[in-house]
Design a protein. Sequence first.
Length: 147
Amino acid sequence: MKTATAILIFCAVFGLTRPTMSPASEANLEPMKTVQLKFAAFNVHDVAAIKNIYASDATLHSPDYPKLVGNAQIADTYRQLFAAIPDARDNIVSIQSSADTVYAQFVLTGHFNGVESKPVSIRIISVYTVKDHHIVGDSTYYDRKAP
């Protein structure tokens, strides 16, 4: 399945079509839509789409990466993750937003190097800041020692 088709299907399933709304209501939904598109791109391993969702000067903080700056560095990190976990998938547990901030709780699943005997299941929470349809800040938290 082509990436664009997969993302369109994801958008349809999660109601990301453009409903008729007032400009103020639409502005409040925009950060959530942007983050949901990031998860859709992640689940089809579309690094180019992920790079375009992050702003060129975006920052990402996580336990393994104290501070990545720029969408190119962030995209490279996702590329490495997909190489290490070729069946990586994010399964959203909950997602909420307030103004330009989106809070997502999800579980990363897959298998290291695609080997069935090396499963991965990591509970993660990310706090995204979104401006102008781009993620400008991503603070991700997880326990690196969790099974």
